[in-house]
Design a binder for this molecule. Structure first.
Ligand code: ADP
Ligand code: MG
Length: 365
């Protein structure tokens, strides 16, 4: 019998930080610290990045190697944050967006490998989701951020004005030249629905380059893993219940896979009794108003050309399915071969719907 200890009830520390935008958080449970075969030891690290807390759990032969690997992984995440952030006006992403305020269409701009990879994946997801996933929603997201600060809804006129700058087909990619053209004025690209997942993938790749093959990387409520802890089938993880800071009484084992959860447990705007999510329906420009929590489990990178590895896939899909809702969301998940669990409130009670594969793996403790 293998003994388990809860490593951390992740919710507390996180949500109190002003920079934390974590959605539904996931609590991680792992094997306890017993000596393991091949004398691998377990190490844990955490570092703020991308507006949330990143954590790395890994197995390594000794602390020196573990520290070096974790440091490199956090470095990679910090670099991605600097390139892909829409908060930082000097990021490569923001500088690209800013070109469209001068004139549109912009000239073709050659972008770095990271921005290219994430934009290409984002566009693939827009295509797959019929525009439910759309990284051009920046102008809408900005209105909602302002609304949250001001405590009042954005007026219809401003939503209409923003709409002219939103549309995934306004991003034109030329794979041969690795250039991007923005076709509308005043566009604001926002990779908030996919960059964290990509960062998880890249952090795992960095760990692997440092010889670490068994790791779990967590960013807010999203996580991705390489190999499982020694002697285990996977990293045991839990999903936090919708509208409730307690984990659900079930868990799943994660190995060579990613799990992302979208749900506006913490980041939302309450006005006149309506809760507006930070996820925006690109067709309406309005933050989602139906409480919904979507977890997506993705394995490998078999989701079509350019759609990214499993972390990016899970992250983007969780956001997209939140917009698409239960029926279309489940249909999309099975069409693309990912597992999904969607929780909505019915008469105030959470009701979960899952793909069969998710149900099989998500079992009561
Ligand atoms: P979290 O960042 O809390 O894990 P998500 O992964 O669901 O949540 O991403 C939400 C973020 O994605 C928003 O804060 C915004 O930056 C961006 N976003 C909002 N609506 C959309 C959309 N329809 N498609 C793509 N990205 C979106
Ligand atoms: Mg997402």
């Amino acid at each position: 019998v293998v003994a388990f200890t809860r490593v951390e009830a992740a919710t507390q520390g996180l949500v109190r930080h002003p920079w934390s935008f974590a959605a539904a958080l996931v609590v991680v449970v792992g094997a306890c610290r017993v000596p393991v075969a091949g004398s691998l030891e377990r190490f844990e690290y955490e570092r703020p990045a991308m507006g949330t807390l990143f954590r790395v759990l890994l197995y390594a032969p000794d602390r020196t190697r573990a520290d070096a690997a974790a440091e490199a992984a956090f470095g990679r995440v910090a670099d991605l944050d600097a390139e892909l952030s829409d908060f930082d006006s000097q990021s490569e992403l923001s500088r690209l967006s800013a070109l469209s305020s001068l004139h549109a269409p912009t000239e073709p701009v050659r972008v770095g490998e990271d921005l290219w990879r994430v934009l290409a994946a984002a566009q693939a997801w827009s295509e797959h989701t019929d525009g439910a996933f759309d990284v051009t929603v920046g102008p809408f997201v900005r209105l909602w951020r302002q609304a949250r600060t001001a405590g009042e809804l954005p007026d219809a006129e401003r939503i209409e004005a923003a709409r002219r700058s939103v549309g995934w087909r306004f991003v034109e990619l030329d794979p041969a030249a690795r250039t991007v053209r923005l076709l509308a004025r005043d566009m604001r690209l926002d990779l908030g629905g996919i960059a964290k997942g990509d960062a998880l993938d890249e952090a795992l790749a960095t760990l692997r380059a440092h010889g670490v093959e068994r790791a779990l990387v967590i960013g807010g409520g999203d996580m991705a893993s390489s190999g499982p802890p020694p002697g285990r089938a996977g990293w045991r993880v839990e999903i936090e219940a919708l509208g409730n800071e307690r984990p659900e009484p079930a868990s799943l084992e994660l190995a060579h896979a990613a799990l992302a959860t979208s749900g506006d447990t913490y980041r939302h705007l309450d006005l006149d009794g309506v809760r507006y999510s930070h996820i925006v329906d690109p067709r309406t420009g309005i933050g989602l108003t139906e409480p919904i929590q979507v977890s997506v489990l993705a394995t490998g990178s078999r989701y079509g050309p350019g759609s990214g590895a499993s972390g990016a896939t899970a992250d983007a899909m969780a956001t997209a399915i939140s917009v698409m809702g239960v029926e279309r969301g489940l249909e999309l998940a099975s069409r693309l071969g990912v597992e999904a669990r969607i929780v909505v409130l019915e008469h105030g009670q959470p009701r979960a719907r899952t793909t069969p594969g998710f149900a099989r793996r998500y079992v009561e403790r």
